[in-house]
Write a protein that binds this ligand. Sequence first.
Ligand code: PLP
Length: 257
Amino acid sequence: MKNVLTIAGSDSCGGAGIQADLKTFSALGTYGMSAITAVTAQNTTGVFMVKELDVETVAAQINCIYDDIEVHAVKIGMVSSSEIIETIGRCLMEKGARNIVVDPVMVSKSKYKLLRPEACAALVKVLLPLADVVTPNIPEAEELIKGSIGTVEDMKQAAREIYDMGPKNVIIKGGHLAGDAVDVLYDGRRMVLFEGPRIATRNTHGTGCTFSSAIAAYLARGYAMKEAVGAAKEYITTAIAHSLALGRGAGPTHHFY
Ligand code: PLP
């Protein structure tokens, strides 16, 4: 069994955050563990409250896992503040963490700011250089490059610019553009495009969390980056195709066991 850790926020309605990550890890045959950065009160219609945990609590969760259990991959999701980001960076460096997937979570689909705007610079400075892969969607990539993205060519250029910020690989998710969902993976040498059908559903809550967790699970299982991203793309496409019409808003993706 391979062990995967998520460092992220809790989503009380179970569609995104830590809950999506753990479901994905299990569905992909890995053992899931969690270090919670913040607790959110949310449902399918939106985020109603966020309570950040203090940095000692975040560090203690990460450290006691690494001190006892082999962590084959780690996914970082909602990190909330610069202090939490710096703490995570320090812990992962001290523990020699490997297979680090950074999902630069910034704003929820319901438009709630999950990352304090002033913490974006810390995310770039501390977490991107540690990342084996960073997985921004189009709005997150636009925030990182301070520019706009309207085409696949723009995505490729953004991937080059984000690569220069230090991660070993960049994958930009094209779901926010019109047409098929094309994702671009750049490893500093080659651009690889992953194409998937656009699925007409409003139930897409937690798609970003699920995709980055699936990459982490496949890396833990020993897949190379390109194969891990391809397999994760298949997993998220199926999870969206079978998404659940729960609640009055955007329902969650479905995980298969
Ligand atoms: N809540 C938490 C804790 C998250 O980590 C995320 C996304 O990463 C979200 C909510 C946002 O989910 P979505 O934008 O898919 O609705």
